[in-house]
Design a protein around this ligand. Structure first.
Ligand SMILES: Cc1cc2nc3c(=O)[nH]c(=O)nc-3n(C[C@H](O)[C@H](O)[C@H](O)COP(=O)(O)OP(=O)(O)OC[C@H]3O[C@@H](n4cnc5c(N)ncnc54)[C@H](O)[C@@H]3O)c2cc1C
Length: 299
């Protein structure tokens, strides 16, 4: 991976005609089908520079998340991106779903420090930076996360890394989740299915032990290193009202896992106007990932 690969990627996108960028296709249909006329391109792969002391990694956006995770594990680090086997870094950023561990490791949006992306004119643009001085550039990076490639295609990115937890433990039991929000120090995840609560603790072994003792006293039992609940396949926005049977809430986030896909969201006209203007400014001819709509993200 290097300047050549990035330049080749830029040329493959080019300045004309509908074009779509493909990662590992694990969320390919998310946000609607891409116009079949679009040419398919793929971002470069490979780690360019790993700097554990600065806690940053620079890499091609087409790199597999699993390959990145393996490289970072050697240094006791990780990035706050998650996905199934085959998922790429660019895809995970473009989708922008937070990890289930978000309460502890932060959001996908905060992972991206710098992006070299190809815009609708086929130009290579640098946004953000590993040391954040320029707030405008920093925010542009954040805007690209979750935009499903409709505003630009990630070519190379610099990501923030973080220490890997020494220990991970899930506990579960019949209890309401509210008290765990206040009585436990930064649990990684709290899931609730309406009756059972599952809590994930992670961090230093000693801290995890202490927090686990507290959870035992509140009625939860240790269930092991893996999530004891099977998450239904459809990720939706949490709405008000009682939890429907078969759904699981990711407590403290706005995410609900459900057996059925969500109905199309109702989008306020004001919001739609802002989104349309933004997309038009970035891509006046609508050539990047035509047909995709990040506002139809529910799976
Ligand atoms: C079982 C499962 C579990 C998951 N768990 C998590 C989780 O815990 N946390 C989490 O954050 N996410 C999770 N995800 C979502 C996951 O992050 C995405 O599915 C995946 O990372 C998308 O990557 P991909 O390479 O397969 O992208 P693709 O499916 O190939 O593409 C998805 C979208 O990204 C766009 N895209 C791809 N590459 C680029 C690029 N270089 N520049 C711009 N746009 C691009 C594509 O055009 C497309 O619109 C999960 C998904 C599944 C199926």
């Amino acid at each position: 991976m290097g300047m050549n690969a990035l330049e080749e990627f830029r040329q493959s996108v080019g300045p004309r005609g509908p074009v779509a960028v493909v990662g590992g296709r694990t969320r390919w249909q998310l946000g609607g089908s891409v116009d079949p006329q679009a040419r398919l391109v793929a971002a470069p792969q490979g780690i360019e520079a790993l700097d554990p002391s600065e806690m940053t990694v620079s890499l091609g956006a087409g790199t597999l998340l699993a390959a990145l995770d393996e490289a970072l594990a050697e240094h006791g680090q990780e990035v706050a991106l998650d996905g199934p086997p085959g998922a790429t870094v660019g895809g995970a950023l473009a989708v922008g779903h937070d990890s289930l561990r978000r309460r502890r490791i932060g959001s996908a949006r905060d992972v991206l420090l710098q992006a070299d992306y190809v815009d609708a004119q086929g130009e290579l643009i640098k946004a953000g930076g590993p040391t954040v001085k320029n707030v405008t550039g920093y925010d542009l990076c954040r805007l690209l996360v979750g935009s499903l490639g409709t505003l630009g295609f990630f070519g190379q990115v610099i990501l923030r890394t973080r220490p890997r937890p020494e220990a991970t433990r899930w506990l579960s039991g019949a209890a309401s989740p509210q008290r765990f929000l206040t009585e436990i120090y930064r649990p990684a995840t709290i899931l609730w299915d309406g009756q059972q609560t599952a809590v994930c603790l992670e961090g230093y072994q000693e801290d995890v032990e202490k927090q686990a003792m507290k959870l035992h006293s509140l009625g939860l039992e240790t269930s092991g290193p893996l999530c004891p609940m099977v998450l239904p396949p459809h990720r939706q926005r949490l709405t008000e009202g009682p939890l429907k049977s078969g759904t699981i809430a990711d407590v403290g986030s706005s995410v609900l896992y459900a057996p059925q896909p969500a109905e199309a969201p109702v989008i306020a006209p004001e919001v739609q106007r802002v989104v349309d203007r933004l997309r038009h400014q970035f891509d006046p001819e609508g050539r990047l990932n035509p047909g995709r709509n990040p506002q139809r993200m529910s799976t």
